[in-house]
Design a protein around this ligand. Structure first.
Ligand code: ADP
Ligand code: MG
Length: 326
């Protein structure tokens, strides 16, 4: 395909397009016939448990790994066959962000700028912009190894977008970073999208999942749900969530798990969130009182037991546990 075709295709296509994508490692299916599209300027959360196939999908989108079948397009460019052209217009930040620890913050940016062909005034200008964006003013000459996690992470993002990519892939960019730095990082993500950048991001933090405009949820290589966070909560929950506040949550958890095993209650899921227990039941009205009595009779002081709106985590647990094909 010539360049003009590519440009034309880019104008018609969403910036990220995944079509019937499958990746097998031997007999193991890591990504199983996945299709989705991400719209221009969108923050798309690509979520799922460990080993679900998130990174494998991203590696195929970046053309670093060839699909067993199916195809991916980024800005209209086929990841597998137009990889080089695509790399010029995408940014990628992985969990092991690739910064040079023995270079200063500014040197890292300059290095990546030069890799992408920036030079002279353009490079100096971009360097200043990125230092400012990352909040690194005054730390330009600090050795990267001496920057704390949050600074390093923002510097890594800066290096990943030094060439002004139109699509950015962020694979667990905030893993292990403190909550305030994570919040700052999301401010940067949204600042990018205001400039028309499309972002695909993976995260394990549910507060961050809530910040995504749309979420694709992958489990066991299969795309199980794709929608806005609010719609996922409305459509993906099988049952109601009861939040149980007990004086002894550990004991209450044990009792509930036992009751679940015995089939005493049709508990879809019981999980601890901090000190609160979330139990998913077919209907709050039918089971709230019965669970209360069971716990109380076993010696647990129940402070409250209320139906609550599901969190995204409840939704994901429910989606993962859904019967295959359901
Ligand atoms: N190169 C590989 N060879 C064999 N198995 C792999 C390879 N890369 C990933 N996998 C397996 O594919 C599954 C999905 O991995 P990955 O995409 O990294 O998951 P995630 O990023 O969602 O945690 C995992 O079970 C992983 O062990
Ligand atoms: Mg991964």
């Amino acid at each position: 395909m010539n360049r003009a075709d590519g440009v034309e295709r880019a104008a018609q296509q969403p910036p990220i397009l995944v079509q019937n994508l499958t990746k097998k490692f031997g007999d193991f299916v890591a990504v199983d016939n996945v299709s989705f599209a991400v719209n221009a300027g969108e923050v798309f959360g690509w979520l799922g448990p460990n080993g679900a196939g998130k990174t494998t999908t991203i590696r195929m989108l970046l053309g670093l790994l060839h699909p067993t079948s199916g195809s991916t397009y980024v800005l209209g460019l086929n990841s597998a066959t137009q990889t080089k052209a695509m790399h010029g217009v995408v940014g990628y930040m992985s969990q092991q962000f690739t910064l040079y620890n023995d270079l200063t913050a500014a040197e890292n940016i300059r290095f990546y700028g030069m890799v992408y062909g920036l030079a002279g005034r353009e490079l100096r200008q971009r360097l200043a912009e990125i230092i400012h964006m990352a909040g690194l003013d005054g730390r330009e000459d600090t050795l990267t190894r001496n920057l704390s996690g949050g600074w390093k992470q923002r510097l890594a993002l800066g290096c990943a977008i030094v060439h002004r990519p139109k699509v950015v892939f962020l694979d667990e960019p905030t893993a292990g970073v403190d909550p305030i730095s994570r919040r700052d990082f999301w401010t940067l993500i949204y600042a990018m999208t205001k400039e028309g950048v499309t972002v695909l991001v993976t995260t394990h933090y549910m507060d961050e999942a809530e910040l995504c405009q749309r979420i694709g949820f992958i489990s066991g290589g299969r795309l199980v749900a794709i929608d806005t966070p609010d719609n996922l909560k409305l459509t993906q929950m099988r049952g109601d969530v009861l939040e149980i506040n007990a004086a002894n949550p550990d004991l209450a958890m044990r009792l509930l798990k036992e009751a679940q095993r015995r089939g005493q209650f049709p508990l879809d899921e019981v999980a601890l969130y901090g000190a609160q227990i979330h139990a998913v039941v077919p209907s709050a009205g039918a089971y709230r009182e019965a669970i209360h009595i069971m716990l109380q009779e076993a010696g647990v002081e129940v402070r409250s037991i209320e139906r609550i709106a599901p969190t995204l985590e409840d939704v994901f647990i429910s989606a993962v546990n859904a019967p295959v094909g359901g």
